[in-house]
Design a protein around this ligand. Structure first.
Ligand code: 5GP
Ligand code: ZN
Length: 143
């Protein structure tokens, strides 16, 4: 299937590229939340956060940290978000995994999520549900 980010990597589509090495590419988002909003991708195509192999993810997150520092300083930002949207309900629109680096300025943060409240003891139940998966699959984490 056609992938816009693979096309950018292959120079079949234009992009304002700000960083490139053997494994990583970073370029400006065409619909920036703030100027300097940057997307960072692995050159290899993976659909989402859960399908990126560990060694690739290590390189990616290292690049994100470096580029985030450059974006913050060069844009004179007061802060920044590093986010990834995974799956349609989470807002993912391009299925080539990427991190967004969004420079933020004092008082410009407008996302106000609806906050839920845990009922008595339900927090522990949610914790149990997640812990049971973690203990079942911890061999994957430990490699
Ligand atoms: P997602 O919604 O998947 O988290 O983020 C995809 C991002 O890619 C969006 O913010 C969108 O503006 C950006 N985007 C989509 N198509 C292009 C493109 O052709 N060029 C660039 N530079 N960014 C794109
Ligand atoms: Zn791709």
């Amino acid at each position: 299937m056609e992938c816009i980010f693979c096309n950018i990597r292959d120079r079949k589509a234009e992009a304002e590229i700000v960083f490139e090495d053997e494994n990583i590419l970073a370029f400006l988002d065409i619909q920036p939340v703030n100027y300097g909003h940057t997307l960072v991708i692995t050159k290899k195509h993976y659909d989402n956060f859960l399908t990126v192999p560990k060694d690739e993810l290590d390189k990616l997150i290292h690049a994100v940290q470096f580029i985030a520092g450059a974006v913050k300083r060069s844009m004179n930002a007061d802060g920044f978000n590093v986010i990834s949207n995974n799956g349609n309900p989470a807002g993912q629109s391009v299925y080539h995994f990427h991190f967004h680096i969004i420079p933020r300025f004092n008082n410009d943060f407008t996302i106000k999520p609806r906050i839920k409240t845990y009922g008595s003891d339900t927090m522990h139940d949610y914790g149990d549900q997640i812990r049971s998966f973690i203990s079942k699959y911890k061999d994957i984490y430990n490699g």
